[in-house]
Design a binder for this molecule. Sequence first.
Ligand code: HEC
Ligand code: HEC
Ligand code: HEC
Ligand code: HEC
Ligand code: HEC
Ligand code: HEC
Ligand code: HEC
Length: 313
Amino acid sequence: MRRCLIVAFLLFPLLCLPGSGSADTFTCLACHSAMKGKIRADNNVLIDVNVDSDKYEGSVHGGFDCIMCHKQFQSNPHNPAKAGNLPRNIAALSGKLSSKAKADPVALAACVECHDEVYKGWQDSAHGKNIIDKRQADGAGCLDCHGSPHYITPKTAATSMVNRKNIVKTCGECHENERIASKYNLGTHIIERYTESFHGKKFALGHPNAPTCISCHRSHDIKKWDDPDSPVAWENRTVTCGKCHPGASKKFVAAITHKPYGKDNPIPYYFEKGLIVLLFGVFAFVVGHVILEAFSEIRDFVFRNKKEDGPHE
Ligand code: HEC
Ligand code: HEC
Ligand code: HEC
Ligand code: HEC
Ligand code: HEC
Ligand code: HEC
Ligand code: HEC
């Protein structure tokens, strides 16, 4: 079967397709692993027509037929089935993802079929709402954080974009971006502020328990920080920080922010100043104590000597 298709492709590709009725991975890869480069689709977006068959097979979805996601191509490659043939939830969702899709919004919506829980969380997140409700393309969709849908590896693999080692860079693609920060009124230099924080420094040193972005914000159901459901909303912070700092108090949780310290951000500003004053206070106390101690030792010594000298006179 496979050989027939590949040969057919080489000789006269389209002969084999119409009416062949077969839409398995081999059919698709016959063309898509042989074709190289990018083409401009109808909507004027550049799409990469190549799918590397080895990398695809090695990915978490490697055993799947292409049409498990590209459901439009079920009846015949590139002859989309009528929307009526699609599961209703996927058809509805694909319409809402149009701002983000490059080539096939149905494939982008198909993830919901198997990753229901994750999808629900994402749809309700700041990122999902940006795409689905606001119809913008700036929020993070599945592929922005997981990379090409054809080559997804488990999060434990070093190649995964969401591996612990890569996550800060993945979020940083957008959260270091000035245009996005100003368009959505988000803080700038978030990555920089994280990197120079206690946490970022410990993370860089390989501390196994140092938090990354997702330890405080979660991965899929990421909320705006002032949303009561956000783990970093004021009312939830003692719990979030408390996972690693048992007994974290309201005062303690004010210590972490991405905002630059300064007048507009007084709590951490004075918290830090307070720490410095405390540190120097303790230092001054210790030094003072040592000096006084030394002084009394000297005084005692002199006094004792005088006393002992006394009777000889
Ligand atoms: C005969 C060769 C051939 C076969 C077989 C083939 N494709 Fe394609 N495919 C192409 C070409 C050429 C393009 C780019 C031009 C275009 O958009 O039609 C393309 C484009 C695409 C795109 C980009 C979106 C689009 O509609 O342009 C997707 C997705 C796709 N193919 C998926 C598949 C899947 C899934 C299969 C198997 C069910 C398949 N293809 C089988 C040649 C093929
Ligand atoms: C796990 C789901 C999934 C599977 C399985 C899958 N795809 Fe895709 N594919 C997608 C998604 C999602 C997109 C991006 C759609 C978009 O941005 O509009 C895509 C995009 C594409 C494109 C366009 C590339 C581009 O630059 O966007 C081609 C061509 C394609 N797929 C071919 C295939 C072929 C061939 C197979 C089987 C070997 C396959 N796909 C299997 C989900 C999948
Ligand atoms: C037909 C069902 C199906 C569809 C559709 C599907 N997946 Fe998956 N996905 C799976 C299965 C099964 C696994 C492997 C689970 C495992 O190993 O625990 C998986 C694994 C994953 C993983 C890796 C999890 C890990 O271990 O770190 C990610 C990420 C993922 N899928 C994203 C997507 C995205 C994005 C889409 C849509 C483009 C999609 N999936 C579509 C079934 C599916
Ligand atoms: C903002 C980035 C981001 C977006 C957007 C995103 N993911 Fe994830 N995803 C992650 C991270 C980070 C992890 C790893 C979580 C961990 O290490 O505990 C993950 C893990 C997963 C897993 C493995 C199971 C798990 O929960 O650990 C699946 C499956 C998955 N994602 C599917 C999806 C699908 C489907 C979408 C689109 C609806 C999506 N992701 C969108 C960041 C993202
Ligand atoms: C130790 C917990 C913690 C870690 C780790 C963390 N954040 Fe935050 N994040 C917060 C808190 C608390 C806020 C609330 C607003 C503030 O004080 O900056 C916040 C706010 C935000 C905001 C909204 C900023 C604004 O001005 O509206 C974004 C975006 C954000 N974080 C992204 C990230 C990214 C990306 C990373 C990884 C580099 C990360 N965070 C790591 C705790 C954390
Ligand atoms: C593709 C770009 C992109 C990626 C990747 C991305 N984000 Fe975002 N993020 C955005 C945009 C855009 C918004 C603002 C959405 C809006 O307000 O409509 C946002 C909003 C947020 C917010 C809410 C900010 C607030 O208002 O309090 C947090 C928290 C956040 N992202 C964290 C993360 C984390 C953590 C990661 C990585 C796991 C990540 N983001 C990856 C684009 C991205
Ligand atoms: C995933 C675990 C984790 C989370 C969640 C976390 N931290 Fe930390 N934090 C650490 C680690 C690890 C260190 C380094 C401790 C050390 O070296 O002893 C640290 C250090 C600190 C320090 C430096 C002083 C000290 O006590 O060592 C402060 C302040 C701090 N964290 C505040 C916070 C705040 C506020 C939050 C919540 C917004 C938070 N942390 C959330 C793991 C975490």
